[in-house]
Ligand binder design. Structure first.
Ligand code: ADP
Ligand code: MG
Length: 727
């Protein structure tokens, strides 16, 4: 009997749910461990408080003296909450978040000690950065990296550590993390969107990008997961036969949340409340043991930080409940995968959601302006968006037999489609008074204020308008939202700049009125971006053909998709918008390619190891039992034995065949790995993608066949049904 697996199952049966008590109202818990406005007001001088607020709103610099004051207040607040350490918290280019804890504690002359923290320690720190990926930047510039405080994201206490959100940059200025380019992109979109807003409302002085993510994940019992080296090492099951019952009955989706899971969720939400992460909804997802959690949307930088933090907290809280969280986009073949929808919009400091239709024709023209510009930007940079969500694990969703497809398209619903169709017919140049009235009353004026319930929900679209925001659905559950958010906000910023230039030109040279000029430019954008709009079934084969005709990209693998990141077009976009320079773009590309290769390499090694060292020996063991049995039958029945041993002999042969196949495929795969390892960069990633990875399915096929043949008592790996239906 396979002891590890059966011990694990036994352990699960004896599990007691961890009871979580909720004694305080969530509204009271919310933000308790965050150095938020309320805490700042309480602990800081008026001037220090104001300088932080100015830094948040206008990006103004904080001088060293003020930083000292802020540091002292932050320390006092943190000590009052029981914190002993502080850390610069940042998001390196691979992995989730990074931190190095330093104690506040310092010794003083005369043998005493005190808690210390000054402006210097708040503003800048030098982590031992040599181990973080930098894509050759540091070698090129012989630069060291440092972390620098990002005052736009509030410090928080996790456990007993004060965490200070920071960017991570090289001394030569190149960004080495996910946050620095995001902040620059958000700055760019703020500037350009604010300029466009002035056509409609002179009072707007800031535009924030907003983000509301929806995090999907799987929860697997830790004991069961521990009996799966593949899950432990790669985050997904590299093999395993599909269970008799999968998700076809939808009973999990519609069912109530299992108690043990509910307790995990409550515990998690409690932590989130303290950390100021405004989690709002929780529910079962389609697949068994799959769940989702979504917050109230926030300013994009904060939302990105909160998602990274959440993933971290989830791992920690899940340990208390003896669960392993799987963020992998496709942990179980044949079962629904996980995504992280990124709901995105733009919102003004006057409180207007720019992607929400309004009450008046003018408000709706503003809405249409941002709406059409978004579609145009996505049209022009669809390949870059695809690249921004590419990863080895997300490849299992995109472009595989599951949605959304690797083709980026925009869904807007029938109502808005017909509005755009009408706008295509707007007269060139000056408009007659009749046409203006008609536009105002019958077209722009007809956009209902509340589109939310009117937008048809097309679940197969990777980028869908959902009434008052766009929803980028192609983002993977494991990814950091910073990547796609940087790209999206950068392309929108560039697009809005272009729009403003064109409108101004029409006003200046053609003497058009402002609204005439806007209608004229929008008309051209609607025509130019038509090919990105698609209302049909995004999963179908027909769409693949149609998209090809339209000239849309369909990059199914990461090494292929990532190329768009270093295209001339992409580099000039990032440089023009001040988001990244060529060195930064190329360094990132290098890191991502390398990460891809490494992931496939690890999967390949783990799969080879499991197949040979776990499965083949067990198959042989079982085969020996069969051989013993046949031998016995021969003893009893003599020459007549075959009548009784037919099935066994057949099984013996089949097992031998599967073993042979596994062995030779693993051999071949190792050979391909060796060849791949001699290559670098793109070629290395291509080889892992096209030469090594194809063996996975073959090897798995034979292992899974063996799973169906071999005595269940002997099978060493926890089975799908156990992983997915025990909780
Ligand atoms: P679903 O996509 O599952 O149907 P909803 O459409 O209700 O869910 O919304 C999902 C997410 O959209 C939530 O996280 C919510 O915070 C976010 N959201 C709502 N309005 C905005 C907005 N203006 N900007 C960004 N995100 C938003
Ligand atoms: Mg959604």
């Amino acid at each position: 009997m396979s002891t590890l697996r059966f011990n694990a199952l036994q352990e699960v049966l004896n599990r007691k749910t961890v009871v979580v008590e909720e004694n305080e109202r969530r509204s009271e818990l919310f933000g308790k461990n965050v150095f938020n406005e309320q805490a700042m007001r309480q602990y800081m001088t008026k001037e220090a408080y104001q300088s932080v607020m100015d830094a948040i709103e206008f990006g103004t610099k904080i001088d060293r003296k003020t930083a000292d004051q802020i540091a002292v207040s932050m320390k006092d607040w943190a000590l009052s909450k029981g914190a002993t350490h502080y850390t610069h918290w940042f998001q390196p280019l691979t992995g989730s978040t990074a931190e190095k804890h330093d104690a506040f504690f310092e010794t003083v002359e005369g043998g005493g000690a005190m808690e210390k923290f000054d402006g210097g320690q708040l503003v800048q720190q030098e982590p031992d950065a040599s181990s973080f990926p930098n894509g050759g930047i540091r070698n090129t510039f012989e630069a060291r990296g440092y972390t620098a405080w990002d005052p736009t994201s509030p410090a928080f206490i996790y456990g007993t550590t004060l965490c200070i959100p920071t960017v991570f940059v090289a001394y030569t200025g190149e960004a080495l993390d996910n946050k620095a380019p995001l902040l620059r992109a958000l700055q760019a979109v703020d500037t350009s969107a604010t300029a466009v807003c002035k056509y409609f409302d002179k009072n707007v002085s800031k535009v924030n990008a907003t983000l509301g993510w929806e995090q999907e994940y799987f929860l697997i019992d830790t004991a069961l997961a521990a009996a799966r080296p593949d899950i432990m090492m790669t985050g997904r099951a590299l093999l395993g036969h599909a269970p008799a019952k999968g998700q076809q009955l939808d009973d999990h989706y519609f069912g109530s949340i299992p108690t043990r899971v509910l307790n995990f969720m409550r515990d998690l939400e409690h932590e989130c409340m303290l950390l100021g992460v405004p989690v709002k909804t929780r529910h079962n997802e389609v697949a068994p043991n799959q769940f989702e959690l979504a917050p109230i949307f926030e300013e994009a930088n904060l939302a990105v930080d909160h998602n990274s933090l959440l993933m971290d907290v989830m791992e920690k809280v899940s340990q208390r409940h003896k669960f392993k969280v799987l963020f992998h986009e496709k942990p179980f073949a044949g079962i629904n995968g996980s995504g992280k929808h990124n709901n995105w919009s733009l919102s003004t400091n006057t409180g207007v959601n720019l992607l929400s239709p309004g009450k008046t024709p003018m408000k709706n023209l503003q809405f249409l302006t941002f709406f059409v510009n978004t579609i145009k930007a996505v049209h022009d940079y669809e390949e870059l968006i695809r690249a921004s969500i590419a990863s080895a694990s997300n490849d299992h969703r995109l472009g595989a037999n599951e949605a959304p497809p690797a083709i980026i398209s925009v869904f807007i619903g029938s109502q808005l489609s017909s509005v755009l169709d009408e706008l295509e017919n707007v007269t060139k140049g000056k408009l007659s008074p009749e046409e203006k009235t008609d536009l105002k009353l019958n077209i722009v004026g007809k956009i209902p204020e509340i589109l939310l319930d009117n937008t048809d929900r097309n679940r197969t679209s990777p980028f869908a308008f959902t009434g008052n925001k766009f929803e980028l659905r192609a983002v993977g559950s494991w990814s950091n939202c910073a990547g796609p958010m940087t790209v999206l906000n950068t392309i929108i910023a560039r697009q809005l700049n272009e729009f403003k230039e064109e409108v101004d030109k029409l006003i200046d040279t053609k003497k058009l009125k402002k609204d005439e000029a806007i209608f004229n430019v929008l008309r051209e954008y609607i025509k130019a971006s038509k090919s990105i709009r698609f209302e049909g079934d995004g999963y179908g084969e027909a769409w693949e053909k149609e998209a090809k005709k339209r000239g849309l990209s369909n990059n199914k693998t990461t090494p292929e998709a990532l190329k768009a990141k270093i295209s001339k077009k992409a580099i000039s976009l990032f440089e023009e918008m001040g988001v990244m320079n060529k060195v930064e773009v190329e360094a990132r590309h290098e890191i991502e390619l390398e990460e891809y290769s490494k992931k496939i390499q690890i999967e390949s090694r783990v799969l080879g190891d499991i197949a040979r060292n776990h499965i083949i020996p067990i198959a042989i063991q079982y085969q020996n039992t069969l051989i013993e049995n046949v031998r016995g039958l021969k003893e009893i029945f003599g020459n007549n034995f075959e009548r009784y041993a037919n099935e066994q002999i057949d099984l013996i042969q089949k097992i031998s065949n599967h073993i042979a196949e596994i062995n030779s495929k693993v051999e071949d795969m190792i050979e391909e790995r060796k060849k791949a390892n001699k290559l670098e960069g793109q070629k290395n990633a291509d080889a892992y993608c096209n030469k090594v990875k194809p063996y996975f399915d073959d090897i798995r096929y034979h292992c899974d066949k063996l799973e169906l043949m071999v005595d269940d008592n002997l099978w060493p790996l926890t089975k799908y049904r156990e992983l997915l239906f025990t909780r």
